[in-house]
Design a protein around this ligand. Structure first.
Ligand SMILES: Cc1cc2nc3c(=O)[nH]c(=O)nc-3n(C[C@H](O)[C@H](O)[C@H](O)COP(=O)(O)OP(=O)(O)OC[C@H]3O[C@@H](n4cnc5c(N)ncnc54)[C@H](O)[C@@H]3O)c2cc1C
Ligand SMILES: *[C@@H]1O[C@H](CO)[C@@H](O)[C@H](O)[C@H]1NC(C)=O
Ligand SMILES: *[C@@H]1O[C@H](CO)[C@@H](O)[C@H](O)[C@H]1NC(C)=O
Ligand SMILES: *[C@@H]1O[C@H](CO)[C@@H](O)[C@H](O)[C@H]1NC(C)=O
Length: 618
């Protein structure tokens, strides 16, 4: 059996590996991490006939309804079975950090305290940043929104590297390759209908009911963004991944597309990996779960060449895992596994740079501090961390009636945006979403109404992922450095976006669901005026949150000092090593990175297979 599934099986598989530890390479490729970056790639390599070992720190929850049923996404992100808690900072100003309303503390008795008034003796952890360690990665606990980056988020890679295969036009073909579209009529030339990733949309028929107060919100949003208020019932059904000229300059409602199927089942790399293992064609894919890769092994005879990985095996070995045994001090025994062709790192935006650094690839001074022998001085590893800023306008209806409606999804441009592109993705509905903390989200009662927003094209990609120690079980020290560069511009864009959303909600104040009380960014009766630009800016500065971390091993040109990988995902300065995941995007890709990361995963597979055909293994 090549699929080492649950703990019992894993343990026997581990024993087998340990006993029969292959001296010579037994796989063509080893892929580290099974998320949107690594999962599809491993499946594709195996399907092309290359023996591939996929190593994943977590287990498999593909059949668990918490993960499989898309409606349970909030439970999934809170679930201890897969949760990796990274406690991050948004700045290096401790006073500012202590203003974050959901900052979290360890009380010492096995519980968290979330808030600004911690009990005596509690230890400050920071801001919870959830990740999923599980077969399929964060695509197993995310909200599954499937969107495309702005065209220039792809085109900038062409500019940096000269590799035209990254042009926005060409990148569309990878969407087509992975997608099994379940919501558009067949025959759309830009879309796929026989891929492995189902996409679907929700029911938008509520927008035909003009007696719903939410229609007022919808129509006001239409007027404020240059759309026809009389056509909203059609507009809300627009295709989020449409291919029209100048799409990035278009303000429009959309029907939020998700990577799930029309029966409400989540689709992710998990499906593709399992389908590949189950295929009667017997593809040479081996999946080893509960395996934490601790470093990449190199042959130094000439130019350093990645030849294998060192791993420790067992569940919950990483210290981000709430189930990790905190008493355990010694590193469990390591095992070495070798590959004939290449090692591909796909641990995500926090773990890929950490693993590179642990392996001797990163800023020389930082590695020296932890006595890690230097393989290649690459100052860009762990730098350039970017994310979408997120915030929300939360209103509580003061009547007894909920604001009945489906989701409103809108992409728009604030008047102060620096170029012609839309810069805000918002979704409004009778829910609350205010970021992440243990136990999120807060239920504010049946009359809660939120417009949540994701800011695109952030100007400050100044975050860092730094080693805390050379122990591979430790989490890195993560500081997003929010708003560090051009922060005032981004903050002003968030303020303008909030103003527009406030006006829209206020337009339903005189219906049977109104009036509204605003919880944030302003506090008090919700009107069309806010509480002042400076107050609102301060709110976003201290309270913005995020969950789409990218760009810590960025693609760049050969001469760019901070570039980590080239346009074919190859790590500069060494051979046989690539990074394929959300950490390679040089700029934050639009509003949602999940589908773009799956697209680059199959692109990487294509590049690797093409190269392999030209290079026989000696
Ligand atoms: C709560 C939440 C909601 C989100 N909602 C959306 C959304 O609606 N739409 C969207 O587009 N994006 C969303 N995202 C973001 C999106 O899911 C991620 O950007 C995407 O999953 C990144 O893919 P990745 O492959 O780079 O990394 P990951 O998905 O993090 O996968 C990395 C994998 O590698 C494994 N791994 C890491 N280190 C090691 C190691 N050393 N050894 C072995 N295995 C290792 C991990 O266990 C994990 O399975 C959300 C994220 C979160 C946290
Ligand atoms: C790419 O370079 C061209 C020419 O310098 C420039 O006009 C264009 O704006 C650049 N595009 C991106 C996305 O950087
Ligand atoms: C429209 O909404 C109103 C108010 O909630 C409701 O009473 C009515 O049944 C709805 N009509 C349709 C056709 O759904
Ligand atoms: C290559 O060099 C590094 C750093 O000096 C060392 O840790 C590693 O063991 C070497 N690998 C081999 C195969 O000699």
């Amino acid at each position: 059996m090549r699929y080492r599934l649950l703990s019992a099986l894993v343990l026997s598989a581990v024993t087998r590996l340990a006993e029969g530890a292959p001296a010579a390479a037994s796989y063509d490729y080893i892929v580290v991490g099974s998320g949107p970056g690594g999962g599809p790639l491993a499946a594709e390599l195996a399907r092309a006939g290359y023996s591939t070992l996929l190593l994943e720190a977590g287990g498999d929850e593909g059949d668990n309804p918490t993960y499989a049923d898309i409606q349970n996404f909030n439970e999934a992100a809170n679930d201890e079975a897969t949760r990796w808690d990274f406690w991050v900072k948004h700045s290096d100003d401790p006073a500012r950090e202590l203003k974050f309303e959901h900052t979290t503390w360890d009380t010492g008795d096995g519980t968290f305290y979330v808030g600004l008034d911690p009990p005596e003796g509690a230890k400050h952890l920071g801001i919870q940043y959830p990740r999923a360690a599980v077969l399929g990665g964060c695509a197993m606990h995310n909200a599954a929104v499937c969107a495309l980056p702005a065209d220039d988020d792809w085109n900038i890679i062409v500019n940096k590297t000269g590799d035209t295969s990254w042009s926005a036009d060409n990148m569309r073909k990878y969407l087509k390759k992975i997608e099994r579209n379940e919501y558009l009529a067949a025959g759309n030339p830009d879309r796929g209908y026989d891929g492995w990733l189902a996409t679907t949309v929700g029911d938008a028929s509520w927008a035909q009911n003009s007696s719903l107060p939410a229609l007022k919100i919808l129509k006001t949003l239409a007027s404020l963004t240059g759309q026809d208020p009389n056509d909203v019932a059609n507009l809300v059904n627009s295709d989020l991944l449409e291919n029209v000229p100048n799409v990035d300059e278009k303000q429009s409602f959309y029907n939020m597309a998700t990577h799930s199927d029309s029966k409400g089942k989540r689709n992710s790399p998990n499906n593709y990996i399992r389908a590949t293992l189950a295929d009667p064609a017997n593809y040479p894919l081996t999946v080893q779960l509960h395996t934490l890769v601790t470093r990449v092994l190199f042959d130094n005879s000439t130019k350093p060449r990645a030849i294998g990985v060192e791993v420790i095996t067992g569940p919950s070995l990483y210290r981000a895992d709430p189930k990790h045994d905190r008493e355990a001090s010694d590193l469990p025994p390591t095992t070495q596994i070798f590959a004939k062709r290449e090692i591909i790192i796909s641990g995500g935006a926090f773990n890929s740079p950490q693993l590179l650094k642990l392996s001797g690839i990163g800023p020389a001074a930082e590695l020296a501090k932890f006595n890690i022998p230097l393989i290649k001085d690459l100052p860009g590893v762990g730098e350039n961390l970017g994310d979408n800023y997120e915030g929300s306008l939360l209103a509580i209806g003061q009547s007894e009636y909920p604001v009945e409606s489906g989701l409103i999804t809108l992409l728009f441009r604030t008047p102060n945006a620096p170029d012609n592109r839309r810069n805000i993705y918002t979704w409004c509905g009778a829910f609350s979403f205010e970021g992440f903390w243990p136990g999120f989200p807060t239920w504010h009662g049946p009359t809660q109404y939120t417009c949540a927003m994701v800011h695109m094209q952030p100007k400050s990609q100044a975050g860092t992922v730094l080693l805390r120690s050379s122990d591979p079980r430790d989490t890195p020290d993560i500081n997003f450095n929010f708003f560090k560069r051009n922060g005032d511009q981004d903050l002003s864009e968030l303020v303008e976006a909030g103003k527009l959303l406030r006006k829209a909600i206020a337009s339903a104040s005189d219906t049977f669901v109104g009036p509204f009380e605003e919880k944030h960014p302003c506090k008090g009766p919700l009107g069309t005026e806010g509480c002042g630009d400076e107050v609102e800016k301060e709110y976003y500065k201290t309270q913005a949150y995020s969950h789409h971390a990218t760009s810590t091993c960025a693609i760049g040109g050969e001469k760019e000092e901070m570039a980590v990988v080239d346009s074919k995902f190859r790590v500069y300065g060494v051979e046989g090593l690539r990074v394929v995941d959300a950490s390679v995007f040089p700029v934050v890709p639009g509003a949602f990175p999940s589908c773009p990361t799956m697209m680059i995963s199959v692109k990487a597979a294509e590049d690797i297979i093409e190269e392999a055909k030209k290079t026989p293994v000696v």
